[in-house]
Ligand binder design. Structure first.
Ligand SMILES: Nc1ncnc2c1ncn2[C@@H]1O[C@H](COP(=O)(O)OP(=O)(O)OP(=O)(O)O)[C@@H](O)[C@H]1O
Length: 529
């Protein structure tokens, strides 16, 4: 592992010139809505209704570069800690810009890596958009494609007395939404197959969790979207025949067209891009496919990555085979506070969840949450966790990025994350929106040094040992043997059913070498920059 780390250090990536001189978000202060310049009054009222009375620093900084003097002249690359409010940072300027539109067509596209995240972001838009007469759609494959199409596209109403030719149809299909929140796969389904779905009028493209999205091609969604949006870039504004440009209101003010001075051969594109992450990549080759226009880098402070200000990190050092007991004792000391427990894989998640359920009198309700489950089950679990009916989620990294659940006070790394990015995104499920939170990591003594090295990357030198009372750990011991036996039986019976589960239960937590290799490899692919 250490060797790998050294190799990576040697292969350091050169800093992109435009990233050398960023706008420091931490220099912006929160701003009460009443003092925010140009804010459309209907949006202000809607923001107050959902309980937002001021904007967070990242939201103020982005507002300044979009609605303020920056005036969307440059594409924005935003690197801001987890829970700092990046969603509203891009949603609000888009809603403001589109608030004066009169013709409904798809003008803003937000792409996210997972369904759950897309659903969450859609809710943020949907809470504000109706106030300014805008509609938001979702393309994630949560419902059937037919249902999704009926939500996104208005079909032509045909007059029985008129005989239509096939060429009449495309003009008559209309977008039913102004803003679309999508995952790449389902977006490509609509691009390729949905009649009337067009990116012809697209003005805003948001790539959220950019580094995650750029890691995989997802059916080449990015080049496809750019090609389609650019092919209509020749005309200054999204014109429909016979529409007076003045109806586009504020849209007229954005992006002067033509070649800008100092940017030889670079016409000013209509499509504005905003890319965001708490761990934004600085690798030029990874950012290149976004084809950013005069990108402006907004970041928080001087460090490459930052943890939320009020996050406290702790470690618990124990023998691997005692980890379940330490976890149980830790959960007991946390007395029913909302917790997310992260493991390194979907298999470990299921195994740990099954094992914990064999302990009696846990005093907390625990559920499992992983990509291996059906969407409907995951949604149900998430709902129960949000309402507090479930207090502890045992989760794979499906929950790592972006998920926003109010009141999560603690994150527990049952398995140490392999990369700092994983630590940042897992820990970032707590200490959100300026709240306090704690992140506990269970470590074997051999992992302590490497873990210290990880935290140094975010300047987090202070990670004290968290002690759980030994009597508490011992109190779970008598049940442990029985629980392991029952886990063994449960796995055996599933193995029998599926004929392929190969897990060594008698040495719980010491996985077969193949499994370890696979998990580490997946994890590397997951978060390495
Ligand atoms: N102006 C505001 N006032 C009050 N709460 C806010 C404001 N903006 C955002 N929030 C709340 O802050 C929380 C975090 O916001 P959000 O999910 O956008 O963070 P994020 O920066 O995208 O985090 P991550 O990187 O983990 O995705 C949410 O619960 C949101 O409702």
């Amino acid at each position: 592992m250490e060797e790998l780390e050294t190799k990576r250090k040697k292969k350091s990536v050169p800093v992109i010139p435009w990233m050398r001189d960023p706008v420091d978000i931490s220099l912006s202060d929160s701003c009460p809505l009443d003092s925010l310049p140009f804010l459309e009054p209907r949006l202000k009222r809607a923001l107050h209704r959902v309980g937002y009375n001021s904007l967070f620093p990242v939201q103020v900084a982005v507002w300044h570069e979009t609605i303020g003097p920056g005036c969307f002249e440059r594409d924005l690359c935003i690197n801001s800690p987890t829970g700092s409010g990046k969603t509203l940072a891009y949603a609000l300027p888009i809603l403001q810009m589109l608030s004066t539109r009169t013709i409904k067509c798809l003008r803003a596209l937000v792409v996210l890596p997972t369904r759950d995240l897309a659903v969450q972001v859609k809710e943020v838009f949907a809470a504000l958009a109706p106030a300014v007469g805008l509609s938001v759609g979702l393309a994630v494959g949560q419902s059937s494609i037919a249902n999704e199409i009926s939500e996104l596209i208005k079909k032509p109403t045909l007059d029985a007395d008129i005989c239509y030719g096939t060429e009449d149809f495309p003009q008559q299909f209309r977008s039913a939404v102004d803003i679309l929140v999508a995952t790449p796969g389902r977006l490509m389904d609509h691009i390729n197959n949905t009649k009337g779905f067009t990116l012809e009028h697209l003005c805003y493209l948001v790539v959220d969790e950019t580094d995650r999205l750029l890691r995989e091609a997802y059916q080449s969604w990015l080049p496809t979207v750019l090609k389609l949006a650019y092919s209509f870039n020749q005309t200054p504004f999204p014109c429909e025949d016979g529409v007076n440009l003045s109806t586009f209101g504020l849209l007229k003010t954005i992006r002067s067209f033509g070649v800008e001075r100092g940017f030889r051969d670079r016409p000013h594109p209509r499509l504005v891009k905003m890319v965001l992450s708490a761990t934004l990549t600085q690798d030029p080759s990874k950012l290149a496919p976004l084809d950013l226009h005069r990108p402006l880098f907004l970041t928080t402070g001087k460090r490459r990555y930052q943890l939320p200000e009020l996050l406290k990190s702790f470690k618990l050092v124990c023998k691997s085979k005692l980890k379940p007991l330490y976890l149980l004792a830790l959960l007991r000391t946390l007395q029913g506070e909302k917790c997310i427990v992260f493991t390194s894989s979907v298999e470990s998640t299921h195994r740990l969840y099954t094992l914990l359920n064999f302990f009696e009198d846990l005093q907390v309700k625990i559920k499992e949450y992983s990509r291996q489950q059906r969407q409907s089950i995951r949604s149900k679990t998430l709902k129960a966790f949000r309402t507090g009916e479930v207090q502890v989620l045992i989760s794979s990294d499906a929950m790592t990025r972006g998920m926003d659940v109010e009141g999560v006070q603690n994150v527990i790394n049952y398995d140490m994350p392999a990369y700092i990015k994983t630590y940042i995104h897992r820990a970032g499920r707590t200490a959100r929106a300026g709240q306090a939170g704690r992140c506990f990591t269970l470590l074997h003594k051999d992992e302590v040094k490497r873990f210290k090295g990880l935290l140094q990357k975010v300047d987090n030198e202070s990670c004290p040992v968290y002690s759980v009372p030994s009597e508490l750990i011992e109190s779970f011991c008598p049940m442990y043997t029985t629980a392991l036996e029952r886990l063994k039986e449960s796995v055996e019976s599933k193995k029998h059913k599926k004929g392929k589960l190969n897990i060594k239960i008698h040495r719980f937590n010491i996985k077969c070498p193949g499994a370890v290799r696979k998990t580490e490899k997946e994890s590397r692919v997951e978060e390495q920059d």
